[in-house]
Design a protein around this ligand. Structure first.
Ligand SMILES: *[C@@H]1O[C@H](CO)[C@@H](O)[C@H](O)[C@H]1NC(C)=O
Ligand SMILES: *[C@@H]1O[C@H](CO)[C@@H](O)[C@H](O)[C@H]1NC(C)=O
Length: 287
């Protein structure tokens, strides 16, 4: 009879190794973890066979053989070479996993066989979570930073277990929290419509989980209306000055034509006074 157990199964009598057995374990990325698997057998262990498999959370449908003990030989999966080992084979089927990666997370199963005992391997199962602090989030914006315009501030974080919470805050002149739209688990955006100059300032996105917080920042300067209306005023001024010049040109041509027609002689005085009289009001209306 042989058993490979986890803590929510009653331990087999009399179990050789019965430390507290967890059915789920957590480890911080980079740390080591011991994955327990205890068994009991009444036969000699010369033909003991232990197989550990992992169904990673990232690809549960393609389990890998983590490590195998067979006829006194240990074979590790190539992707884990140097990081995984039995701690006390053949007396214990526990393994240690060093320098844990986020991709090591998943469901681990150990199967213990000890021929010639009937092939009825019991399977111990445990869930390993590898915790990681949030990675540095990336802050981006797009839209138009003009008064009345609208802008989207977006923030995304690549990593973090448990999934980081994303927050957007405006930091000055006083700190306020902004309503956020989540796009999936790892990114969130803030929509700012009808921009005004009060919306200029420093914005912060923070990604937080129990292992830490990382921030990124955006600084928005909303262009004030002075600039655009200044341009408009400039355009209008140029336009009106051109009109004055055009009017003067037309007037000069008209006067020349009058002179050529010989009507000049007759109304000389009148014409001069007419010029003096009409030109100044035109200028006044535009300048
Ligand atoms: C795991 O790390 C420990 C301590 O750093 C070391 O003694 C052990 O040999 C390592 N095991 C493997 C499989 O790398
Ligand atoms: C935009 O904001 C200005 C003042 O901040 C307000 O007068 C105007 O009505 C707003 N426009 C819209 C479409 O909300």
């Amino acid at each position: 009879m042989k058993k490979c157990i986890k803590n929510n199964f009653p331990p087999p009598p009399p179990p050789p190794v019965t430390a507290a057995r967890e059915s789920s374990l957590e480890v911080v990325r980079g740390d080591f973890v011991v994955l327990p698997c205890s068994f009991f057998t009444s036969s000699p262990i010369s033909k003991l066979n232990v197989i550990w498999t992992l169904s990673p959370f990232s690809s549960p449908e393609t389990p890998i053989q983590v490590i195998v003990y067979d006829h006194g030989q240990v074979i590790e999966d190539r992707s884990l070479t140097g990081r995984v080992a039995f701690t006390g084979i053949p007396w214990s089927a526990d393994i240690v996993l060093n320098d844990t990666h986020v991709s090591d997370a998943g469901v681990y199963r150990c199967m213990v066989n000890n021929p010639p005992e009937p092939a009825d391997p019991d399977i111990g199962e445990l869930v390993l979570s590898v915790l990681a602090p949030p990675s540095l989030p990336v802050c981006q914006w797009n839209g138009d930073i003009d008064v009345g315009g609208s802008v989207t501030l977006s923030c995304s974080v690549m990593e973090g277990v448990p999934t980081p919470k994303i927050h957007w805050d405006k930091l000055n002149p006083k700190e306020i929290s902004l309503p956020i739209n989540m796009e999936g688990d790892m990114s969130g955006s803030v929509q700012i419509v009808n921009m005004s100059s009060q919306m200029s300032g420093l914005y912060r996105c923070s990604a937080t989980n129990p292992l830490g917080t990382e921030n990124c920042y955006l600084s928005l300067s909303i262009y004030t209306p002075d600039i655009s209306s200044g341009i408009l005023q400039g355009v209008l001024l140029t336009l009106s000055m051109s009109l004055v010049l055009l009017a003067l040109l037309v007037l000069m041509l008209w006067l020349r034509r009058m002179g050529q027609n010989g009507r000049w002689r007759e109304g000389k005085e009148e014409c001069y006074s007419e010029i003096r009289y009409t030109a100044p009001p035109m200028k006044r209306s535009f300048v």
